[in-house]
Design a protein around this ligand. Sequence first.
Ligand code: HEM
Length: 416
Amino acid sequence: KERIVQEKGLDHTLNILEEGYLFIKNRMDRYQCDMFETHIMGEKAICLSGEEACKIFYNEELFQRKGAMPMRVQKTLFGVNAIQGMDKKPHTERKLFFMSLMTEERQNELTQLFEKELEASVAKWMEKKEIVLFHEVKNIICKVACKWTGVPVKENEIEDRADDFCSMIDGIGGVGPRYWKGKSGRNKTEEWIQGIIEDVRQGKLKMEEDSPLKSMAFHRDLDGNQMDLPMAAKELINVIRPIVAISTYITFTALAVYEHPHCQDELLCNEDKYYEMFVQEVRRFYPFTPFLGARVHRDFEWNGYGFKKGVLVLLDVYGMDHDPHIWKNPEQFEPNRFLEEKDRTYSFIPQGGGDPAKGHRCPGEGITIEIMKASLNFLVNKIEFKVPEQDLSFRLSRIPTLPESGFVMTNIKRKA
Ligand code: HEM
């Protein structure tokens, strides 16, 4: 049997903390391979990259998600035992339910709510010396996500709630204080959302007929039972939290407009097709999801290598977004690369690969793209602003990352 490169050393967890998004790519480049073996978090892990690897990673006969996610990630980002760690029929059923909350019509409603809130913020921003885009947008989008799902939230509560959602996302790659903050953000949020779902179940909270809150509160799983209260809360959080996370991509969108002035002319033409390509390029170029994990479901052989049941496998999402075998000049920001119509189901995977209805691919890509396009339109066509001297760099060693300054804007005016 072919032997793959085996990284020497007892454990490389610390290297993930040091190298962040580049952990797998650095090794693939060093060993000139697209598969290697390493040890992280006290166990063997096989790292994979490339379109073909992505196809097997999403084959659920070969891989399972149960037991793949470290507890620390479940206690911050995802929620213990929620959809991300389910497999086969129960997963498919839960997933189709999630997707039913995100129809095109519902997606449009969310985007319209978001545009209205952005618009309403301009007057306030015009009075300020400066604003930090990330801070403003995380609050706006948290308010909108709660409104859209049907979760009541008071105006003076929004900032704290938004910070808790952000701490769950930020906690994933952190140790010590960042992890504890993420865990506490999750605990607080779960308690809050459980209380609301309980009120809905007891008929104490009146709401719209088809809100995601109501659907989640009364959804019945395959066994015909309602989800227990903690699970219903975790899954509703699995809708709101990632919507709040789009604030990271919005900040990178602003950075992209600023850093890549060669796109200005095309942006000013204001054509939907170019806006779509621009946000796709933002999702490719800037880092968000580092890699994905699964466990081998049954022994199999691929490319001459024997995968053994139970072994942890990591798929290099960030590396694939910057892989010269997949993208021409991957380190250049070029929206026009998306002009070429191509099946990218397994090669462009910033939010996972494959078919969302059949596997774990993110069901929120449509929402993400529409919200990003609305933000881009707002930044380019609705307001004028200055970008003062600031630190716009982002660290690839930090998971997740963001421009250091959060994107400071001054002299904000409405465009005539
Ligand atoms: C799954 C990324 C926005 C809901 C995922 C996955 C990734 C991802 C990488 C895992 C794919 C896999 O395991 O194979 C992102 C990013 C977003 C985003 C970067 C933008 C900031 C959203 C939105 C929603 C959402 C807006 C919902 C409104 C979910 C859910 C899952 C998921 C429920 C679990 C799916 C499953 O396990 O079957 N997302 N997502 N995401 N995402 Fe997103």
